[in-house]
Ligand binder design. Structure first.
Ligand SMILES: [Zn+2]
Length: 330
């Protein structure tokens, strides 16, 4: 049988169509002799690096908490308005997915942590921190300094496991003197409403065994070269943000100045249930967001979607977090 140009073309087309069906549309088994590739079923390690001048920063993800949404979550906004804001951000409207991301700084070979994640005490969808920290090439025994933004469990529980074991055996721990004075005061614990007592007890569980070694700092002091505390009260009495700088570069670590940006950067007057002094938290939030927008400074938020860093754009009375563009270059 002679092969004409026309039959050859038809055959090629048929092969191409077959390839399209079996590969591009994922139908049919793998080609003969090739093993099937199973689905990964899990996310890639959650760490992201960026430079701040000479400092190498690494954002380390600790998973998230799917916090059920109810009228109490934003105490001064109607529930439908909160649901609308979540819908506008293409998020679920029955739960708020609250992510956790800490910042690790490599400062000339010295490893400094800002907050520690949930350790083994958080929601089942959290607790990813240590695996991600190690995947990023770090060793907990080589952490030299841990700086704490405030005493909520999602920021301090990574310091100590439920067993009581310390996680960073060679690190000095630095905390706000205001924060320490509030949570470690037995009189305040006795007077606290029942809902707040576990926070006081947890601060004692984490810090009690190292109470004498913990270094307390005042707001607006340089803690280690290049890391300056910025008093940011309201979320808690001693809540602290940080300016990390090297040469002309700087990043403002906002800590919990806002909870999820889709709600609280967009609507800075909204007060989350976690803000202990709502009005003071709002004032602090506006001040820091204004500063970041005016300076066009890079920011990082503990509860922003990973990698939890970007810039603040001012839009009338509201703000928006514009995430960084992922880049392979440092
Ligand atoms: Zn938090």
């Amino acid at each position: 049988m002679s092969v004409t140009r026309r039959t050859a073309l038809a055959a090629t087309t048929a092969v191409a169509a077959g390839a399209l069906t079996s590969h591009a549309f994922g139908q049919g088994p793998p080609a003969a002799g090739q093993p099937e590739t199973p689905s990964a079923g899990q996310q890639a390690p959650g760490f992201y690096r960026y430079k701040i001048g000479d400092i190498e920063a690494t954002a380390i993800n600790d998973g998230f908490w799917a916090r059920p949404l109810d009228q109490n979550f934003v105490r001064n906004a109607p529930l439908p308005d909160v649901q609308k804001a979540l819908q506008d951000a293409f998020l679920p409207t029955n739960v708020v997915p609250i992510p956790f991301t800490t910042t690790v700084l490599n400062m000339g070979g010295r490893i400094v942590l800002i907050d520690t994640g949930n350790g083994d005490s958080g929601a089942p969808t959290s607790g990813k921190w240590m695996a991600n920290f190690k995947a990023a090439g770090f060793d907990p025994a080589r952490v030299s300094t841990v700086i704490i933004s405030h005493f909520h469990g999602d920021h301090i529980n990574g310091l100590r496991l439920k067993s009581g074991d310390t996680v960073f055996p060679n690190a000095e721990v630095m905390v706000s003197a205001r924060e320490w004075g509030f949570w470690m005061d037995d009189g305040r614990m006795a007077q606290a409403p029942d809902g707040l007592k576990p926070n006081f007890q947890n601060a004692r569980r984490v810090f009690g065994p190292i109470a004498k070694e913990v270094k307390q700092f005042e707001g607006d002091k340089e803690l280690v070269t290049g890391v300056t505390a910025v008093a940011a009260p309201g979320h808690t009495p001693g809540h602290t943000a940080f300016v990390v700088s090297s040469g002309n570069a700087k990043v403002i670590l906002m800590s919990d100045t806002t909870n999820h940006p889709a709600l609280f950067v967009r609507n800075p007057e909204w007060q989350a249930i976690f803000d202990m002094d709502g009005n003071q938290a709002t004032e602090t939030r506006r001040k820091l967001l204004d500063m970041a927008a005016a300076e066009r400074a890079q920011v990082a938020f503990y509860h922003a979607p990973f990698p939890a860093t970007g810039h603040i754009r001012k839009d009338g009375n509201r703000y928006e977090l514009v995430p960084v563009q992922w880049t392979p270059a440092l």
